[in-house]
Design a protein around this ligand. Sequence first.
Ligand SMILES: C[S@@+](CC[C@H](N)C(=O)[O-])C[C@H]1O[C@@H](n2cnc3c(N)ncnc32)[C@H](O)[C@@H]1O
Length: 193
Amino acid sequence: MEASGDDALVERAVQFYFINRTVWSGRVVYDPARRSRLYFSNPGGWSRIERKLAHLRDCSEKLRRVRITCLPFERCLRGLRPDDFVYADPPYYRDSLDAPTSKLYEGHFAIEQHELLRDLLADTPAKVMVSYDDRPEVRELYRGSGWRIIPLAWKYCGRYAKSNRDRAAGRKERKVTGRELLIVSYDPPAAEA
Ligand SMILES: C[S@@+](CC[C@H](N)C(=O)[O-])C[C@H]1O[C@@H](n2cnc3c(N)ncnc32)[C@H](O)[C@@H]1O
């Protein structure tokens, strides 16, 4: 029998969470028009369910008084005050230059949107942090007074197989080192030693 009401919602949430934990990089939406990363690369991701439930409980505690919205950035940035903090994680700049089949996101940014976002962030009285892929175009976009650019590097957690044959054999590429930028509009506190 098909679940209805709250049961149906819970079932949907469990299905979402199962896919999110077991596919490559947690991708859940399958879009045949784009290069798909939705394959079950992480079957071990469904083990140790008791740890997952504890983590979900911690998250629900933290999100208790949080309001989640899904809006274009122009609307999210309206009416901010000096004691607000904005963390913006826009689509990678590289994604705006890639061929349509390589796009990473459903919501895609044209180059002008990167510029519009920068202009709105520059105008807001709130404190701002933005993260981006480390590219000359991004450094140029945020060059000038008011912005501090902090280069960072870390290993991405996702690893992929180069071919279907490698995937079938469980052969994966080494983890890739990502180079990104944190761009802030304020003096960041000194990192602890
Ligand atoms: C780098 S991802 C952010 C990932 C996010 N920080 C996370 O951890 O899941 C960029 C996001 O910007 C969203 N996006 C694209 N166009 C947007 C727009 N006009 N306004 C707001 N968000 C947009 C994309 O859908 C994508 O989820």
